[in-house]
Design a protein around this ligand. Structure first.
Ligand SMILES: [Zn+2]
Ligand SMILES: [Zn+2]
Length: 231
């Protein structure tokens, strides 16, 4: 009988046995070498995910209702491959360089800030063996120390995956998919940095912004690893 191993879990073992190699050039000993990281930095696209207009400051003049948005780049090429390997091949070591890239594009934080990872579906956390957004949030909080912490303030109320569904369905699903955690305390003076790996329709982010605002948060920043497009 043929063994069927889900390819989202099998490469874990491969990566444990093999030394890390750069996802861009293959250099051994690192998952992302400095030269390839620089390549991603120089290909940085500071655009609003909604209207695609440039937004170096993170604030979009066409979409004033949205909090400031900071994105590393489009989910394609090297950055797309890295996010794919991190999510679907469970290469945890990619969390650090992804957090470093995100850190580069976020504004310096002089006042208290809380990084809030968007909660991942339990099933996906189990199959990866870790919560991929939470791990980046932890690295990012260290990089932004001493004013910054990361806290899982949001929880999922259902475990419906959004992959492959259309825009209207995604928005409907996201509206009821999240809630504030019962243990959450809000500092009205702090900036809350909502962190996610990909912006497709923005439905999840919109739902989470609303929940945080209802809980008393006034200052929100959006931090996204990548922008994607629905086919
Ligand atoms: Zn490289
Ligand atoms: Zn915009």
């Amino acid at each position: 009988m043929q063994n069927i191993v889900k390819n989202t879990t099998f490469p874990n073992l491969f990566d444990l046995l093999m030394p890390h190699s750069c996802r861009g050039c293959g250099q051994i000993g690192t998952v992302l070498c400095e030269r390839c990281k620089l390549y991603i930095k120089t290909n940085h696209q500071a655009v609003c995910p909604h209207c695609k207009s440039p937004t170096e400051s993170g604030k979009c003049s066409n979409c004033p209702a949205l909090p400031p948005i900071y994105v590393i780049g489009e989910r394609s090429g090297l950055l797309g491959n890295i996010v794919h390997d991190y999510k679907y091949k469970s290469i945890r070591a990619l969390a650090r360089p992804l957090a470093e890239l995100m850190h580069e594009f976020l504004p310096p934080q002089d006042t208290p800030a809380v990084i809030v990872p968007l909660p991942t579906i339990d099933k996906h956390v189990r199959s990866r063996g870790f919560d991929h957004i939470k791990l980046i949030a932890k690295h990012l909080a260290k990089l932004k120390a001493p004013n910054c912490t990361s806290r899982q303030l949001l929880i999922r109320t259902n475990n419906t995956t959004q992959v492959g569904t259309d825009r209207a369905t995604r928005i409907l699903q996201a509206t009821n998919a999240y809630n504030i955690a019962s243990y959450a305390t809000i500092d009205p003076q702090a900036t809350y940095i909502l962190l996610d790996d990909v912006w497709t329709t923005g439905a999840s982010m919109h739902a989470c912004i609303k929940i945080l605002q209802q809980a008393g948060v006034s200052k929100i920043i959006l931090a996204l690893l990548t922008l994607s497009r629905l086919d």
